[in-house]
Design a protein around this ligand. Structure first.
Ligand code: SAM
Length: 242
Protein backbone atom coordinates (compact mmCIF):
# COMPACT_ATOMS: atom_id res chain seq x y z
CA UNK A 1 0.00 0.00 0.00
CA UNK A 2 1.09 3.56 -0.71
CA UNK A 3 0.72 6.31 1.90
CA UNK A 4 1.20 9.88 0.68
CA UNK A 5 1.18 12.23 3.68
CA UNK A 6 0.55 15.96 3.20
CA UNK A 7 1.76 18.03 6.14
CA UNK A 8 3.17 21.40 7.16
CA UNK A 9 5.62 19.66 9.48
CA UNK A 10 7.49 16.89 7.63
CA UNK A 11 10.15 16.86 10.37
CA UNK A 12 7.63 15.32 12.77
CA UNK A 13 7.72 12.12 10.74
CA UNK A 14 11.48 11.67 11.00
CA UNK A 15 11.93 8.61 13.12
CA UNK A 16 8.22 7.77 13.27
CA UNK A 17 8.49 5.15 10.55
CA UNK A 18 12.20 4.40 10.87
CA UNK A 19 12.06 1.48 13.29
CA UNK A 20 10.54 -1.89 13.97
CA UNK A 21 7.49 -3.17 12.10
CA UNK A 22 6.92 -0.15 9.83
CA UNK A 23 10.58 -0.01 8.89
CA UNK A 24 10.55 -3.69 7.99
CA UNK A 25 7.31 -3.29 6.00
CA UNK A 26 8.96 -0.57 3.92
CA UNK A 27 12.11 -2.64 3.40
CA UNK A 28 9.97 -5.55 2.21
CA UNK A 29 8.19 -3.13 -0.16
CA UNK A 30 4.83 -3.95 1.43
CA UNK A 31 4.27 -0.25 2.08
CA UNK A 32 5.69 2.96 0.66
CA UNK A 33 5.41 6.12 2.73
CA UNK A 34 6.10 9.54 1.25
CA UNK A 35 5.93 12.81 3.17
CA UNK A 36 5.14 16.02 1.25
CA UNK A 37 5.27 19.56 2.54
CA UNK A 38 2.07 21.50 1.86
CA UNK A 39 4.15 24.68 1.89
CA UNK A 40 5.76 23.59 -1.39
CA UNK A 41 2.34 24.17 -2.97
CA UNK A 42 1.72 27.61 -1.46
CA UNK A 43 2.19 29.47 -4.74
CA UNK A 44 3.79 32.21 -2.61
CA UNK A 45 7.48 31.62 -3.31
CA UNK A 46 8.69 34.42 -1.01
CA UNK A 47 6.80 33.69 2.18
CA UNK A 48 5.31 30.24 1.60
CA UNK A 49 2.04 31.43 3.15
CA UNK A 50 -0.52 28.66 3.56
CA UNK A 51 -2.91 30.09 6.18
CA UNK A 52 -5.24 33.04 6.54
CA UNK A 53 -7.84 34.52 8.89
CA UNK A 54 -11.27 32.85 8.93
CA UNK A 55 -14.25 34.78 7.56
CA UNK A 56 -16.72 35.62 10.30
CA UNK A 57 -14.20 36.90 12.81
CA UNK A 58 -13.24 33.64 14.58
CA UNK A 59 -9.91 33.46 16.40
CA UNK A 60 -6.97 31.55 14.89
CA UNK A 61 -5.94 30.74 11.33
CA UNK A 62 -7.21 28.35 8.69
CA UNK A 63 -5.30 26.52 5.98
CA UNK A 64 -6.06 28.23 2.67
CA UNK A 65 -7.80 26.18 -0.04
CA UNK A 66 -5.42 26.78 -2.97
CA UNK A 67 -2.24 25.18 -1.51
CA UNK A 68 -4.27 22.22 -0.21
CA UNK A 69 -5.96 21.70 -3.58
CA UNK A 70 -2.59 21.88 -5.35
CA UNK A 71 -0.98 19.42 -2.91
CA UNK A 72 -3.86 16.94 -3.25
CA UNK A 73 -3.92 17.21 -7.07
CA UNK A 74 -0.17 16.57 -7.17
CA UNK A 75 -0.65 13.49 -4.95
CA UNK A 76 -3.42 12.20 -7.22
CA UNK A 77 -1.15 12.62 -10.21
CA UNK A 78 1.75 10.83 -8.52
CA UNK A 79 -0.52 7.91 -7.62
CA UNK A 80 -2.85 8.02 -10.62
CA UNK A 81 -2.42 4.31 -11.41
CA UNK A 82 -3.45 3.35 -7.84
CA UNK A 83 -6.79 5.21 -7.63
CA UNK A 84 -5.86 6.93 -4.34
CA UNK A 85 -8.47 7.89 -1.73
CA UNK A 86 -8.03 11.23 0.04
CA UNK A 87 -8.37 11.14 3.81
CA UNK A 88 -8.61 14.22 6.01
CA UNK A 89 -7.79 13.70 9.67
CA UNK A 90 -10.17 15.70 11.82
CA UNK A 91 -11.85 15.36 15.22
CA UNK A 92 -15.12 15.65 13.25
CA UNK A 93 -14.50 12.44 11.28
CA UNK A 94 -15.69 8.87 11.83
CA UNK A 95 -13.86 7.25 14.73
CA UNK A 96 -10.85 5.14 13.79
CA UNK A 97 -12.08 1.87 15.19
CA UNK A 98 -10.68 -1.48 14.08
CA UNK A 99 -13.40 -2.07 11.39
CA UNK A 100 -12.51 1.33 9.88
CA UNK A 101 -8.83 0.32 9.82
CA UNK A 102 -9.79 -2.95 8.12
CA UNK A 103 -11.93 -1.14 5.55
CA UNK A 104 -8.86 0.85 4.45
CA UNK A 105 -6.95 -2.33 3.64
CA UNK A 106 -8.82 -2.65 0.35
CA UNK A 107 -7.27 0.61 -0.91
CA UNK A 108 -4.03 0.63 -2.90
CA UNK A 109 -3.10 4.18 -1.99
CA UNK A 110 -4.13 6.80 0.56
CA UNK A 111 -3.41 10.51 0.41
CA UNK A 112 -3.54 11.63 4.04
CA UNK A 113 -4.09 15.31 4.73
CA UNK A 114 -2.91 16.61 8.12
CA UNK A 115 -4.73 19.74 9.26
CA UNK A 116 -3.16 22.45 11.47
CA UNK A 117 -4.19 25.63 13.25
CA UNK A 118 -8.01 25.87 13.37
CA UNK A 119 -8.34 23.40 10.48
CA UNK A 120 -8.94 23.74 6.73
CA UNK A 121 -11.26 25.65 4.42
CA UNK A 122 -14.63 23.88 4.17
CA UNK A 123 -14.55 23.86 0.36
CA UNK A 124 -11.58 21.47 0.39
CA UNK A 125 -13.55 19.11 2.60
CA UNK A 126 -16.49 19.20 0.22
CA UNK A 127 -14.60 18.98 -3.07
CA UNK A 128 -11.47 16.91 -2.45
CA UNK A 129 -11.89 14.65 0.58
CA UNK A 130 -13.20 11.08 0.25
CA UNK A 131 -13.21 10.22 3.91
CA UNK A 132 -12.80 12.09 7.22
CA UNK A 133 -11.31 10.18 10.13
CA UNK A 134 -10.83 11.03 13.81
CA UNK A 135 -8.51 9.12 16.13
CA UNK A 136 -10.59 9.96 19.20
CA UNK A 137 -12.80 12.47 20.95
CA UNK A 138 -10.11 14.97 21.87
CA UNK A 139 -8.45 17.78 19.97
CA UNK A 140 -4.79 17.60 18.98
CA UNK A 141 -2.68 20.42 17.58
CA UNK A 142 -2.38 18.83 14.16
CA UNK A 143 -3.08 15.79 12.01
CA UNK A 144 0.51 14.48 12.11
CA UNK A 145 0.14 12.23 15.17
CA UNK A 146 -3.22 10.90 13.86
CA UNK A 147 -1.51 10.17 10.49
CA UNK A 148 1.15 8.12 12.30
CA UNK A 149 -1.58 6.24 14.17
CA UNK A 150 -3.50 5.52 10.96
CA UNK A 151 -0.44 4.33 9.01
CA UNK A 152 0.65 2.08 11.88
CA UNK A 153 -2.80 0.57 12.42
CA UNK A 154 -3.30 -0.19 8.71
CA UNK A 155 0.24 -1.39 8.02
CA UNK A 156 0.26 -4.05 10.74
CA UNK A 157 -2.77 -5.69 9.07
CA UNK A 158 -1.20 -5.91 5.61
CA UNK A 159 -0.45 -9.59 4.88
CA UNK A 160 3.25 -10.33 5.33
CA UNK A 161 3.99 -7.36 7.61
CA UNK A 162 3.67 -9.18 10.94
CA UNK A 163 5.39 -12.47 11.43
CA UNK A 164 3.75 -15.31 13.36
CA UNK A 165 5.13 -14.25 16.71
CA UNK A 166 3.51 -10.83 16.35
CA UNK A 167 0.28 -12.06 14.77
CA UNK A 168 -2.55 -9.52 14.88
CA UNK A 169 -5.11 -12.23 15.55
CA UNK A 170 -4.38 -12.40 19.28
CA UNK A 171 -4.57 -8.63 19.66
CA UNK A 172 -7.48 -6.86 21.26
CA UNK A 173 -10.26 -5.74 18.90
CA UNK A 174 -9.18 -8.02 16.04
CA UNK A 175 -12.43 -9.95 16.53
CA UNK A 176 -14.30 -7.15 18.28
CA UNK A 177 -13.28 -8.32 21.76
CA UNK A 178 -10.50 -7.34 24.16
CA UNK A 179 -7.64 -9.79 24.47
CA UNK A 180 -7.20 -12.32 27.30
CA UNK A 181 -4.43 -11.80 29.92
CA UNK A 182 -0.97 -12.86 28.75
CA UNK A 183 2.09 -14.06 30.66
CA UNK A 184 5.75 -14.80 29.96
CA UNK A 185 8.51 -16.36 32.06
CA UNK A 186 9.13 -16.76 34.97
CA UNK A 187 6.29 -19.04 36.11
CA UNK A 188 6.23 -17.20 39.42
CA UNK A 189 6.79 -13.45 39.87
CA UNK A 190 6.62 -11.71 43.25
CA UNK A 191 4.57 -14.61 44.61
CA UNK A 192 2.09 -14.66 41.70
CA UNK A 193 1.96 -17.74 39.52
CA UNK A 194 0.99 -17.97 35.88
CA UNK A 195 -2.48 -19.61 35.66
CA UNK A 196 -1.90 -23.39 35.78
CA UNK A 197 -3.97 -23.98 32.65
CA UNK A 198 -1.37 -22.15 30.53
CA UNK A 199 1.31 -24.55 31.76
CA UNK A 200 -0.80 -27.65 31.17
CA UNK A 201 0.05 -28.12 27.49
CA UNK A 202 -3.62 -28.98 26.90
CA UNK A 203 -4.31 -26.94 23.77
CA UNK A 204 -8.08 -27.37 23.68
CA UNK A 205 -8.48 -26.29 27.31
CA UNK A 206 -6.06 -23.40 26.82
CA UNK A 207 -8.05 -22.18 23.81
CA UNK A 208 -11.29 -22.38 25.81
CA UNK A 209 -9.67 -20.50 28.73
CA UNK A 210 -8.48 -17.73 26.41
CA UNK A 211 -11.95 -17.34 24.89
CA UNK A 212 -13.56 -17.25 28.32
CA UNK A 213 -11.08 -14.65 29.57
CA UNK A 214 -11.50 -12.49 26.47
CA UNK A 215 -15.26 -12.48 26.95
CA UNK A 216 -15.01 -11.70 30.68
CA UNK A 217 -12.43 -8.95 30.03
CA UNK A 218 -14.59 -7.32 27.36
CA UNK A 219 -17.73 -7.54 29.47
CA UNK A 220 -16.01 -5.96 32.48
CA UNK A 221 -14.12 -3.20 30.69
CA UNK A 222 -16.00 -2.30 27.53
CA UNK A 223 -19.79 -2.47 27.80
CA UNK A 224 -20.05 -0.90 24.33
CA UNK A 225 -18.07 -3.72 22.69
CA UNK A 226 -19.91 -6.29 24.80
CA UNK A 227 -23.25 -4.99 23.57
CA UNK A 228 -22.07 -5.21 19.94
CA UNK A 229 -20.81 -8.74 20.58
CA UNK A 230 -24.18 -9.80 22.01
CA UNK A 231 -25.94 -8.27 19.03
CA UNK A 232 -23.68 -10.22 16.63
CA UNK A 233 -24.42 -13.47 18.47
CA UNK A 234 -28.17 -12.80 18.48
CA UNK A 235 -28.06 -12.02 14.74
CA UNK A 236 -26.25 -15.30 14.10
CA UNK A 237 -28.87 -17.23 16.10
CA UNK A 238 -31.72 -15.47 14.27
CA UNK A 239 -30.11 -16.14 10.85
CA UNK A 240 -29.50 -19.79 11.64
CA UNK A 241 -33.21 -20.21 12.50
CA UNK A 242 -34.53 -18.47 9.36
N1 SAM B 1 -11.15 23.57 14.73
C1 SAM B 1 -11.06 22.18 14.40
C2 SAM B 1 -12.39 21.50 14.74
O1 SAM B 1 -13.10 21.95 15.61
O2 SAM B 1 -12.67 20.44 14.13
C3 SAM B 1 -9.93 21.49 15.15
C4 SAM B 1 -8.59 21.94 14.68
S1 SAM B 1 -7.25 21.06 15.42
C5 SAM B 1 -6.65 22.22 16.57
C6 SAM B 1 -6.02 21.12 14.15
C7 SAM B 1 -5.93 19.88 13.29
O3 SAM B 1 -5.51 18.78 14.09
C8 SAM B 1 -7.21 19.42 12.64
O4 SAM B 1 -7.48 20.08 11.43
C9 SAM B 1 -6.93 17.94 12.41
O5 SAM B 1 -6.22 17.72 11.20
C10 SAM B 1 -6.02 17.58 13.56
N2 SAM B 1 -6.72 16.86 14.64
C11 SAM B 1 -6.95 17.33 15.89
N3 SAM B 1 -7.58 16.43 16.65
C12 SAM B 1 -7.76 15.33 15.88
C13 SAM B 1 -8.35 14.05 16.10
N4 SAM B 1 -8.92 13.74 17.26
N5 SAM B 1 -8.35 13.16 15.07
C14 SAM B 1 -7.81 13.47 13.89
N6 SAM B 1 -7.22 14.68 13.61
C15 SAM B 1 -7.21 15.60 14.59
Amino acid sequence: MFFDILTLFPGMFEGAFADSIIKRAQERKLVTIEIHNIRDYSGDKRHGTVDDYPYGGDAGMLLKPAPLAAAIKAGKERLSSLNPKVIFLTPQGELLRQPVVESLLSEQALIILCGRYKGIDQRIRERYIDREISIGDYVLSGGEVPAMVLVDAVTRLIPGVLNDRESAEADSLYNGLLSYPQYTRPEEFEGNRVPEILLSGHHVNIKAWKEEQALANTRARRPDLWKEYEERINDKIRNSKS
